[in-house]
Ligand binder design. Structure first.
Ligand SMILES: [Zn+2]
Length: 219
């Protein structure tokens, strides 16, 4: 099951399961080398900056407690985070009310709040660094989701997985480099199904998502 706390402790290298290095990549540096257009990069950067605020607020709220917050507090923070994320999404996509998007937001909010509670004594879990990592991964999701829906609406029928082709690409992503499948079919990446990099709908292994710099070309 995809646990966001696992996502957060993955390192700066794209290498999967490198769970010791908590260094973060600043937002602009994260997207700069990706094999996408400047416009696609700017969309992701803006989205991540906007989403970062939502995550910072949630983690700040939780950091004010001396001990693990009660279930009631956790639920309140979860609800607040959901609503802040959806509000941030409104400046990113017109598809905020899509079932997949709503399910994603509710899953992400729950996982983040629960993992913060589970690791409450670890300062990383309420840090701004963590908010940045969460925002980068979530911006990848929502912008990629929007691009997928646009491509489908534009009549594209196929898609191709593109990696950065460098040594940091995790093996499971290198395996699908250049693979072409019908647009409505998920890629089989490692043991996970992904409609596009960062997709969460099939409950993927978080190691296939975090710090991924892959992209998809539709045609
Ligand atoms: Zn990747």
């Amino acid at each position: 099951m995809a646990k966001i706390d696992e996502l957060n402790i993955l390192g700066v290298e794209e290498t999967a399961r490198n769970i010791v290095n908590r260094k973060i990549i600043p937002i602009r540096e994260y997207y700069e080398p990706m094999d996408i257009t400047d416009e696609q990069k700017e969309r992701r950067i803006k989205a991540a900056e906007r989403l970062e605020d939502a995550f910072v607020i949630a983690l700040l709220l939780l950091s004010e407690f001396d001990e693990t917050p009660s279930e009631m507090v956790l639920t309140q923070v979860m609800t607040q985070l959901q609503s802040d994320l959806l509000q941030a999404y409104e400046s990113i996509t017109t598809r905020v009310d899509d079932e997949d998007v709503l399910a994603h937001v509710s899953r992400v909010s729950q996982e983040i709040v629960e993992s913060t509670a589970r690791h409450f004594t670890d300062p990383y879990f309420t840090s701004e660094d963590r908010a940045t990592v969460l925002a980068e991964n979530d911006a990848n999701y929502i912008v990629s989701y929007d691009e997928y829906e646009d491509a489908e609406a534009d009549g594209c029928t196929m898609k191709r997985w593109k990696t950065m082709l460098d040594k940091k690409v995790r093996d499971s992503h290198r395996d699908v480099e250049g693979e072409e499948v019908p647009i409505g079919t998920p890629f089989f990446v490692g043991d996970s199904l992904l409609m596009f990099p960062g997709d969460t709908q099939f409950d993927p292994d978080p190691a296939e998502i975090v710090n991924c710099r892959c992209s998809v070309e539709y045609f």
